[in-house]
Design a protein around this ligand. Structure first.
Ligand code: C5P
Length: 219
């Protein structure tokens, strides 16, 4: 069996940073499932495929030409690492992620990431739908204010424009869509360890997950 730790939660809970840190520390593979939804959103825009055009969208998702290479992401041969990280693409991704056909089409693509020596899977439904047999499921939470503040600081550090009020509004809108969609809504698995990250540093969150992984005999 390939060991796997699933790390789910809303945007801005620190999932991405924590997951990357753990993957590096353990020498395991890393699945950034949100990137797949973001890539599908960019590809659909570029090919002018409407979100209600179910058959073309499914075909696009199944054939999506994506390469993850050493911290970079290529879509149809073009570097899109930065482009997919904008708030606008995040919003489009959450619209596309509410479509059952898009989720089904990306299912197998996510499961192939499970390879030795192990996998850290970051997303919204890693523990509930994609890898329900994981013996170490983590669900990160944080208040909306803290999550918006983190995103604000990230954008500022990257030299980008940022407005705290708009970020709170965008995160709230995205949360509502992610939590209320009919398929794979954002929610903790019944056997997930829930960690409130509001008052914790990244190092402290990583440490708690390592403890949970040890308890599950994964490391
Ligand atoms: O995590 P990230 O912000 O990159 O994800 C972008 C969007 O993709 C999320 O808002 C969510 O709607 C969707 N998503 C999802 N299931 C996942 C990962 C992401 O629905 N496993």
């Amino acid at each position: 069996m390939v060991p796997i730790i699933t790390i789910d939660g809303a945007s801005g809970t620190g999932k991405g940073t924590v997951s990357e840190r753990l993957a590096k520390q353990f020498g395991w593979h890393f699945l950034d499932s949100g990137a797949l939804y973001r890539l599908l959103a960019v590809a659909a825009e570029r090919h002018q495929i409407a979100f209600d055009d179910v058959s073309r969208l499914t075909m696009l998702a199944e054939k999506l030409d994506v390469v993850f290479a050493k911290g970079h992401i290529l879509l149809e041969g073009e570097y899109v690492t930065e482009i997919i990280r904008t708030e606008a693409i995040g919003n489009l991704a959450s619209k596309i992620a509410a479509l059952p056909t898009a989720r089904t089409a990306l299912l197998a693509r996510q499961r192939v990431f499970r390879q030795l020596p192990g996998l850290i899977a970051d997303g919204r439904d890693m523990g509930t739908v994609i890898f329900p047999d994981s013996t170490c499921k983590i669900f990160l939470t944080a208040s909306i204010e803290e999550r918006a503040r983190r995103r604000y600081n990230q954008l500022k550090e990257a030299g980008r424009e940022a407005d705290l009020t708009s970020l709170v509004n965008e995160l709230t809108e995205r949360d509502t869509r992610d939590k209320t969609r009919a398929v794979s809504p954002l929610k903790p698995a019944t056997d997930a360890l829930i960690i409130d990250t509001d008052k914790l540093t990244i190092d402290q969150v990583v440490e708690r997950i390592i403890q949970a992984a040890k308890m599950a005999h994964l490391c």
